[in-house]
Design a protein around this ligand. Sequence first.
Ligand code: ASP
Ligand code: MG
Length: 414
Amino acid sequence: MKFGGTSVADAERLKRAAKRIVEKREAGHRVVAVLSARGKETDRLIADAFEVSPSPDPREMDMLLSTGERVSCALCAMAINDLGHRAISLTGSQAGIVTDTSHTKARILDVRADRITSALDDDNIVLVAGFQGVSTAKDVTTLGRGGSDTTAVALAAAVGADVCEIYTDVAGVFSADPRIVPDARKLNVVSFDEMLEMSASGAGVLQLRSVEYARNHGVRIHCRSSFDDQPGTIVVSEEDTVENPLITAVTHSTGEARVTLLGLPDHPGIAGRVTTTLAEANVNIDMIIQNEPVTADAKADMSFTIPREDLDTAKDALAALAAEHGIEIRTDESMGKVSIVGAGMKSHPGVAAKVFTTLGEHEINIEMISTSPIRISCVVPGDKVPDAVRALHSAFELSGPDTIRPEQPFGEFA
Ligand code: ASP
Ligand code: MG
């Protein structure tokens, strides 16, 4: 069972989570629960760091950020003990989560779950601080924003759990962000492949790495509300999905920046150098477009999108290469992206045409396009994103009966 930040934000909610955990235990299950930091605690800690340093040391950042989820776990253990059950809280390191050494974005290499299993054997409920581990160099690491999902999935795989339940502040995975599309539909089932594309293109409900990990290890995810008992969304392998709708969801993100490199020498190896430089700076490139030179001077242009928070890092990283080759770097900080995802589009022509026509009819200019077999993404001006999401959601008729209740908060969807 994993509880997100909103689900443990205050004492009342934390006690409610404790009660839910205890109910599971009383129903005869052995329970490992992963908790996120409370409310906006991680944001606060990041802000604290930037108050004392313009570029906080990554190792120390991880020491700092890992405290948020520890607080949640210790408090929850206290609440569970008061309910007459035994609970122990563990840090990621104590729980045996071993990662690589890339601070603030570490990857899990191994889970040595023997301490968890022996605590379970001793009839404990085990609470594990999400989003963190210990590196092969014995330093505390964190797994990137939203990383508690990955902790939960990794532990579920390591202990051979029946299911990994992700308790969140939305009722499940939706056909679009309900804050933008109020009649978005809750999806009962979604395939790993679709969920991967959705997480990668902006659906914040599950961290991308957690879905990857679940697919690779065959972990069944049930994403559901921590505020009621309704079933949420089950993420399963493609063979297990009964229906294959043409389009499953519209996702979006507004945190994109575009970098354009003008005047790249048009010879083999340049694209490799640009992308290697960015990879070494740990900047994740999303879409890439390169135009072949049309003029005689044999200079090419390349544009790519990256997370906006990585823009300064990217510019710094590319500075030397740009100077060496006389490349001009232009940036645009306010790009957004809208995507449609659906396993059914693999075998249906005309989906792209419908996407582009719909956006055109709404006077939304498409700046870049990328596709996968089950996704079409368009980069559009950041302020057009909500319009684009609504237009596509309605063009593909994604609304349905299973709409959400208006009183529900939507914090973790974004
Ligand atoms: N607390 C971390 C974050 O805010 C990890 C998580 O909540 O999953 O990103
Ligand atoms: Mg989350």
